[in-house]
Every structure is written in structure tokens, then in C-alpha cells.
Design a protein around this ligand. Sequence first.
Ligand SMILES: Nc1nc2c(ncn2[C@@H]2O[C@H](COP(=O)(O)OP(=O)(O)O[C@H]3O[C@H](CO)[C@@H](O)[C@H](O)[C@@H]3O)[C@@H](O)[C@H]2O)c(=O)[nH]1
Length: 275
Amino acid sequence: MTVDEREVRTSRTAAPRPATALATPVRGRAHVVLPAYNEAASLPSLLRRIADVARTEQVTAWVVDDGSSDGTADVVTGVADLDVRLVRHPVNLGLGQAVQTGLRAALSDAGEDDFIVVMDADDTHDPALVTRLGNEILAGADVVICSRFVDGGDDKTAPLFRRMLSRGAAVLFRRVLGLVDVHDFTSGFRAYRVSLLTRASTHWGERLVEERGFACMVELLLKLRHCHPVITEVPLELQYDRKQGPSKLKLRRTIVQYLRLLVRDRLTPAPYREL
Ligand SMILES: Nc1nc2c(ncn2[C@@H]2O[C@H](COP(=O)(O)OP(=O)(O)O[C@H]3O[C@H](CO)[C@@H](O)[C@H](O)[C@@H]3O)[C@@H](O)[C@H]2O)c(=O)[nH]1
């Protein structure tokens, strides 16, 4: 089975896209947002791998250095053959704020045919998938999730307790939210159509991402779902064996954040009204 023949699912809740008979879709630039906290050891290798993708794709990488103390900002400069932009938080504001900063920076520069990718900066995500993500967006997807939990995806290189957390969260969110076509709610590797993020960002402004930690990925999906996006998934083989140093995910804190997000979504629908 080739990669392209592997499972790709489309959200059943998606509203039909209006006919754009006269417009020929154009493959735009990939804006790759990399939220980074103390990733000086991993970023050089990751940026080189993104530069390889930039041989065949138009790519801008947006590194958001979130108050790192290990010289993360210093390793970002001077990557050959890659357009890299650095945005810095003077102090650590957390993953959620770094994602929001990166999305806003990329949106301010992106054209309507471009697409925005968010991926981890720890070199465990293969940037070669960016091409596949662009194809999915061109084919009509609004959100593309790189999923560990569809055919062809896996997270077997990750520690057992981390795998249990991600799978448990996926089962819980699918059941409670009824988004049955999404299999990996917490993946940090995704692509978004620019017009979708612009709409959501205009609506929510600074509140687009309120979660500070890893729950921000789920929060974004919950908010975007009110725009009735077409959501597809492509398989992700997590390359956790490339990781330098320990995970920054705090297990108990993240479980609490996931549960709080679910309760808030169920009990207070007001901020999540239709867009
Ligand atoms: N800017 C910023 N980035 C942060 C912070 N904490 C973590 N990150 C960034 O978030 C990414 C993931 O952090 P890791 O510490 O590498 O977590 P992981 O164990 O690889 O997380 C895996 O599981 C998560 C939950 O399922 C997934 O969300 C994630 O994509 C990945 O698969 C990295 O790019 C890391 O720099 C922070 O405070 N600020």
C-alpha cells in the first residue's frame, strides 16, 4: 500500500463547500510554526530537514522561542536555503501562547492560497509530511491532522505512559465530543487552511488559544469545529527516538487540563457559538 492509498477520513459534519467553478486552486506557501521551549539541541536537525522540504516546496519556518534558557534563539539563525523567522517571548508563556503567537505571525504574512502547519520543535515529527499536508489542503481539507492512530500511523517509539495518555484522551474526546472521524485529538502536527484560521482568529481574537499547556491542540479543534471545517487525517509515525532530553509534558497537569476543557465545552457553550 502506498502512502497515498492509506486511510484519509473526512468529517461527516462538514458543510458542503460552495462551488468555485471559475477558480483553479493554487498550491501556496507552507508556513511552518514551531513552538520551541529549550530546543537548542533539536532545532538544527529539524530546520535542516525542513530545508530539504524547501527544495521542492515554498516554505517559511516560524520559530517561536518561548523564553528558553538554553540558547534556542541562537541556533535559529543562518540555516542555509530556508526562510526562517524568529519570534521571541521574553519569558516562558507556555505552549498555548507560543502556538497563538506563531499562528498570528504566520497569518500576518500568509496569502490566501498558503497553508499553516504547526509541528513540534523537538524533531520527532517528519517534515516530509508537509507536502502531503499541502496536497490535502489543495484537495479541500480545512484542517489536516497527522494522526498516530490511523492505519499507517504509530507512536511505538514513545514511552508507554505517554502512549496511554494520548490514546486515552483520543477515546474520551471522540466519545464525549461526538467528533467520530477524528482519531488523534492531541497531535501537535497539523495543517490549517488560512481562511479558516483568519475567520476564527477574527472571531476570538486573543482568546483563540486560552489553554497554556498541551490541551491547546484540543482547544483549537473545539473552537474551529464551529466553522464546520472539513477535517482529514494522514498517518503519522512519531519519531520519538530522535528526541533529545525529556518530554515537557506534565502528566497530571495535562490530564486536568484535558478534563477541564471537556467540562467547559459541555457546560458553557457560549464562547463556542456558531461562526
Ligand atoms: N513554546 C513552548 N513550547 C513548548 C512548551 N512546552 C513544550 N513545548 C513544545 O511542545 C513540543 C512538544 O513538547 P515535548 O516535550 O517534546 O512533548 P512530547 O512528549 O513530544 O509530546 C507528544 O505528545 C503530545 C500529547 O499527545 C503531543 O501533543 C505532541 O505533539 C507529541 O506527540 C516541543 O516543540 C516543545 O518545545 C512551552 O512551555 N513553550
